[in-house]
Design a binder for this molecule. Structure first.
Ligand code: HSE
Length: 432
């Protein structure tokens, strides 16, 4: 074992410990696969004395970032501290010192991926971030390597484990949102401050990364329509069951000619669609390509060893590139910034729940409105309510454009017979 690739790690939390575990546990196998010995040179921590469930000689730990970033024995810097402040400074510094970088940091890559790729390329360095989306699922490499020859048409993902756990619990046990969230926090899926998860921001950052790699366009976070799961009611989940639909927080990116739509929103998934079966904290990304057709990548979206596995895949990729002398070409080909699809090109079917005055002709009025707008229904459910003289109506439309749907919603809101629009959701997959 004479050849050596020096590794520096920034952070020794849950994921950092997982990386050390894998490097130690699989040392021989990794050597056979890479042809070099991966050597952990230094690890940046906040507190050297802290008790950790990983055994590492104390002399490898340091509180000085320069011991990693300027260390001549280190070839690859792994960043697992998270956040966008120190992490950005450290990654920039590592690249300026011609270190290759592997990171799990979705926030940083969603915001600054493009400029960090430019810097990496200038410095002849690799920059990889498989673990930033879908934890242990090799979906980024699936897009950039496995499906490299294909034209990707659609990427649709359940890419936030916390919200998928909450929605599964609500759907299967009839538990309200707040209680399901508390349960997710107790089990350690949700952060102490779960805002980024439940408001869809975490998923939006991951969609920016997926859309960039799938469509070769830079998608700004502000261009991603983002709606979280905080307002989902058990009533809609119950109607969903009757209609063969399951509610999921879906990240969606689709192309229409040379434009793209990217969104994160609670969406009803038809039970015939493979994403509807992805439960609890699991993640999955469905990718449709022109040549390959439908594919799906499924697995754990977080956790120490799954995330460390994705990081190690990147480390091994860099190690091989070093040996072949082909580093610095890791950046995705970005053709331009995304041009967003106009609403008339975006089509879907929709679920709408309305409260209407329960009197003769109410339904006929609504039906007339949709007929005038050339929108047709696939399903209609009407239920009288305990509230006096109110009926609840569920409409499931056929495929229609977002433009027509928005117009219909505006008109519905102005109708005398309509008391309130309680909720509306996009539907993906063929409804029965
Ligand atoms: N908060 C994220 C989730 C962690 O719940 O999926 C992984 O990015």
């Amino acid at each position: 074992m004479d050849r050596k690739i020096g590794i520096g790690i920034l952070g020794l939390g849950v994921v950092g410990s997982g990386i050390i575990h894998i490097i130690k546990e699989n040392k021989e196998m990794l050597y056979k696969k890479i042809g070099s010995n991966l050597s952990i040179e230094r690890v940046l921590v906040q507190d050297i004395e802290k008790d950790r469930n990983v055994t590492l000689p104390k002399k490898l730990l340091t509180t000085n970032p320069d011991d990693v970033l300027k260390n001549p024995d280190i070839d690859i810097v792994i960043e697992v501290i998270g956040g966008t402040d120190d992490a950005y400074i450290f990654i920039e510094e590592a690249l300026n010192n011609r270190k290759h970088v592997v990171t799990a940091n979705k926030d940083l890559i969603a915001l600054y991926g493009s400029e960090l790729h430019d810097l990496a390329e200038q410095q002849g360095c690799d920059l990889f971030y498989e673990a930033s989306v879908g934890g242990g699922i090799p979906v980024l490499r699936g897009l950039t390597d496995g499906l490299v020859s294909d034209e990707i048409q659609e990427v649709m993902g359940i890419i936030n484990g916390t919200t998928n756990y909450i929605l599964t619990k609500m759907d299967e046990e009839g538990v309200p949102f707040e209680e399901a969230l508390q349960d997710a926090q107790k089990l350690g899926f949700a952060e102490a401050d779960p805002t980024a998860d439940i408001k869809g921001l975490d998923a939006a950052r991951k969609m920016a990364i997926l859309a960039r790699l799938a469509f070769h366009m830079n998608v700004a976070l502000d261009d991603i329509e983002t709606r979280g799961i905080t307002n989902i009611s058990l009533t809609d989940l119950e109607y969903g069951k009757q209609l063969g639909l399951t509610m999921k927080l879906i990240g969606m990116a689709k192309t229409h000619n040379d434009t793209v739509e990217v969104s994160v929103q609670p969406t009803f998934i038809a039970n015939v669609h493979p994403l509807s079966a992805v439960k609890n904290e699991y993640n999955a990304v469905y990718v449709k390509g022109k040549a390959v057709g439908e594919t799906m990548f499924y697995g754990p979206g977080a956790g120490s060893l799954p995330t460390a596995t994705a990081i190690m895949a990147d480390v091994i990729h860099v190690a091989k590139n070093i040996q072949l002398g082909i580093t610095g070409k890791s950046g995705p080909i970005i053709e331009r910034s995304a041009r967003l699809s106009p609403p008339h090109l975006r089509t879907s079917s929709f679920y709408i729940r309305l409260h209407v005055h329960d009197r003769v002709g109410s339904f006929a009025h609504i039906s007339q409105l949709f007929q005038d707008m050339d929108m047709s229904f696939k399903r209609i459910v009407q239920t009288p309510m305990k509230k006096q003289q109110t009926a609840e109506i569920i409409l499931v439309t056929h495929q229609t454009s977002l433009e027509s749907f928005t117009n219909a919603m505006n008109k519905l809101q102005q109708m005398d017979v309509v008391k309130s629009i309680e909720s509306y959701y996009q539907i993906e997959g063929e409804t029965v």
